[in-house]
Write a protein that binds this ligand. Sequence first.
Ligand SMILES: *Cc1c(COP(=O)(O)O)cnc(C)c1O
Length: 384
Amino acid sequence: MPKRESFLPYGKQWLDEADIQKVFQVLESDWLTTGPMIPEFEQKAAEYVGAKYAVAFSSGTAALHGACFAAGITKGDEVITTPMTFAATSNAVLYQGAIPVFADIDPATYNLSPDTVESSISEKTKAIIAVDFTGQPADYDAINDIAKKHHLPVIADAAHSLGATYKGKKAGTLADMTMFSFHPVKHITTGEGGMITTDDPVYYQRLRDFRSHGITRDPSRLAKTDEPWYYEMHSLGFNYRMTDIQAGLGISQLEKLDHFLDKRRQYANKYTSTFASDPLITPPYQHPDTNSSWHLYVLKLDQSLDRKEIFNKLHAENIGVNVHYIPVYLHPYYQRLGYRKGLCPEAEKLYEKMITLPLFPKMSEKDVGDVIKIVTSLTGGITK
Ligand SMILES: *Cc1c(COP(=O)(O)O)cnc(C)c1O
């Protein structure tokens, strides 16, 4: 018999009656897509993070693809990023025919190490994609300094860090373009969905074009304006549009974001204050410049502990732990492209001993207590 009766997943959405009513309203309106919910959601999200512009996409992955396109990344270019991320980050580089160059992580924060970014720069480098791993913003002062020196744009993969801050500034304003995801395990959800925020009007226009076939109807950009049906395709875009149904849900979810963040931070603090006294586990280090939005809670296990055994035992007790992430270049597809084990030793070392605990705003204090009780019973317990 498992100690916990029901399965506790590592992450999950929180929808309420207001969300459902909002979606119903959109379904009954004239617009299911390309309607008024999209600019409203974009404006509210831009306002929330403090950016000038926001462009909604059908997914975070599509948004990243859009950012790579807008940054001018093309065949043969190199883009520096971290291997400690979901595959979508570097896949977006591959979509543009470019080459992901994996720089190693900082063993303390698990984020991209600025030193390895700098030493990875070549004549072909066209951009840097930082990832705010688990919700803690990367070291943007150092990364932006390197980028400026080499005239490179910085794209932030902030799929984990909506609501997080770095030196008091919110994720969404820390890089030239910032991507958010609204997948159900992320901070707010639209089912599937994503967004780019930027302050740059040129990127803004390219992102909007790219999202909708590269087509524009803006009279100031058309060769002629005397035919009312006339429009032009200027670049090879995609249909990466978010629907109004999704945007309506996003607007309603955004109103609860601060409450969701409070819960995530409260639970993460509870985990950390308990696990800090267990010599066999290392809670996630938090840099004083950052205030994480805690998408994931990742423990590092001592060398003496067997991760697979602990993972299996926790699942047997209905604690839905997970592992984030397998270093991207170790996947068979990337191995076929020629990447090899040993490329980023710190990321590989962390991967061997990391485990993600359940963390989402809808879990209860009792759920948090269950996780703590069962984890500490497996690691030998609290000794201090
Ligand atoms: C979720 C996620 C993505 C992709 O977002 P989708 O909305 O699922 O396409 C990209 N990068 C990271 C780090 C993510 O966690």
